[in-house]
Design a protein around this ligand. Structure first.
Ligand code: SF4
Ligand code: SF4
Length: 486
């Protein structure tokens, strides 16, 4: 008996066993080129499902699995449901940045889903699957492009959390472990991050003496670190109050670009919204959650839930990575006593652009001069939260601002949390592609909605010798309201 999509249970053990058994035996040899995998169900099964063979019974067979979700912990059901929904059609492949770069089926969404399925069924050693799963950016472009509604966004973090706790991990070198420890012990803590960035700035001239695994951290550290900023606990608008929100201030963003939250508060207040910034909220847990450190992510999430007041209209985030994580808190806290509270909390979370668009804003005064601005979709805004129109609509309210889309605007820029530290080569190539798209757009300014993308694009633009600033959408609105030069 095996499980199919939509929870149906179907007789078919021989088919499932043969499919699951086929892959591990050949895992080293199925590297497919992109042209081989275009279209329907080509790739892992090779000639068995090449385009002339669109047999419904074979496609049905591909949906089957025998994952015992009840044995996989509180997120087992989510993982089994995602695997069971995939019909292996391959429509997600062209949209996957790692597939575009590596042209390998195993580094595509479909390949990764089959890898996770095989591991969860006990047919494949997790260590063999790990390199391909580690290379996943978590950009969720595959979710947007999947016609079957596969919840890859629930599958990959749940799998990583399960694998980290229960499955053997591939060996990591000393300096790789040091790098991971450094990232997870500094990035979520603003004071520690500030010290670490200062040290990185001082050490950068000596980078040839630093172990290779640590060099990307030095290279990514900004040349200058803005002074620490303290956000007001409460900001009240003058005149009638149209709404009341609590701001999730984030962690790394407060060190790298504190002006984003300051701008958000000014824009909210300018539009009649009272803003609370609760103390002791800490990191939202995004870094830990996407890295598979579920208990740590749950502890961060619980602290956020405790810190946030009840009597607000919405919880507003200014970083897409944080926003997508807080909207997943029910999964982060699955199986705990806080799961229901987390679900309710998530339903009231909104990205700043989503909230401003929802309540409506006053039009800023015209810019002094016409300005062409390119909008880059942050993956965790566009793909994870489905927010594409709101930031564009807000920017289009600024007179004399010409908004243009980048080619491949919703393809990842290569930032992806700590991806540009863990996989600098792929991240670099994606960053270069984004720079080229910006150059071709003729834009004088780039707008985006996530601090990671902002830093990644800024650094690659500087490396390419292009003097094009990258700002958060809310910074552009703020400057327009205050008649500041953009
Ligand atoms: S994830 Fe979706 S688009 Fe990709 S192969 Fe599976 S069903 Fe098709
Ligand atoms: S999350 Fe992004 S990198 Fe990972 S499989 Fe999906 S599209 Fe590819």
């Amino acid at each position: 008996m095996v499980n199919g999509s939509n929870g149906c249970r179907t007789e078919g053990p021989q088919v499932a066993k043969s499919l699951a058994g086929w892959y591990p035996a050949r895992r080293g040899s199925i590297i497919l080129r992109r042209h081989q995998a275009d279209g329907l169900a080509v790739g892992l099964l090779g000639p068995a499902l090449s385009p002339p063979c669109h047999s419904p019974c074979l496609l049905l067979a591909l949906m089957l699995h025998h994952i015992q979700s009840e044995k996989l912990g509180p997120r087992g059901e989510a993982m089994a449901a995602a695997v069971g929904t995939c019909v292996h059609c391959g429509f997600c492949l062209p949209a996957c940045p790692t597939y575009q770069e590596l042209e390998s089926e195993m580094d595509s969404p479909r390949g990764r889903i089959l890898l996770m399925k095989s591991v969860l069924e006990g047919e494949l050693d997790a260590r063999d699957a790990a390199p391909h799963l580690d290379r996943c950016l978590g950009c969720l472009s595959c979710v947007t492009h999947c016609p079957s509604g596969v919840r890859y966004d629930e599958l990959i973090p749940s799998y990583r959390a399960y694998a980290r706790e229960h499955l053997p991990q591939p060996p990591a070198g000393l300096w790789t472990r040091v790098r991971r420890w450094l990232a997870h012990s500094t990035l979520p803590y603003p004071k520690r991050l500030r010290v670490a960035l200062r040290l990185a700035t001082w050490t950068r001239p000596l980078r040839c003496c630093v172990p290779r695994a640590l060099r990307p951290m030095l290279e990514l550290a900004p040349k200058t670190i803005p002074p620490a900023a303290v956000l007001p606990r409460q900001s009240r608008p003058q005149g009638p109050i149209r709404g009341r929100v609590a701001l999730l201030a984030g962690c790394g963003q407060q060190v790298l670009a504190p002006e984003i939250n300051q701008a958000a508060i000014r824009v909210l207040v300018r539009n009649g919204i009272e803003v609370l910034v609760p103390s002791n909220q800490g990191c939202c847990g995004a870094l830990a959650w996407h890295g598979g450190y579920a208990p740590r992510a749950a502890a961060f999430a619980a602290a956020v839930l405790r810190a946030m007041p009840e009597d607000v209209d919405a919880y507003v985030t200014t970083a897409a990575g944080c926003g997508s994580t807080v909207k997943e808190y029910a999964l982060v806290l699955a199986g705990s006593e806080l799961e229901d509270a987390a679900r309710q909390f998530s339903q009231r979370c909104m990205d700043i652009s989503e909230y401003l668009h929802h309540v409506g804003i006053a039009s800023p005064p015209p810019l002094a001069e016409p300005l062409r601005v390119a909008y880059q979709d942050a993956c965790h805004l566009a793909h994870a939260q489905g927010i594409r129109q709101a930031p564009r609509a807000l920017l289009q309210q600024i007179p004399r601002l010409e908004l243009v889309d980048l080619a491949d605007a919703d393809t990842c820029c290569g930032s992806a949390g700590t991806y540009n530290i863990e996989h600098p080569e792929i991240a670099h190539r994606l960053g270069q592609r984004k720079v080229e798209a910006i150059r071709q757009s003729g834009a004088a300014l780039v707008a985006t909605g996530n601090i990671g993308c902002l830093v990644q694009m800024q650094q690659h633009l500087e490396k390419a010798g292009l003097d094009i600033p990258v700002l958060h959408t809310v910074q552009i609105l703020d400057k327009a309201y205050r008649d500041r030069q953009l």
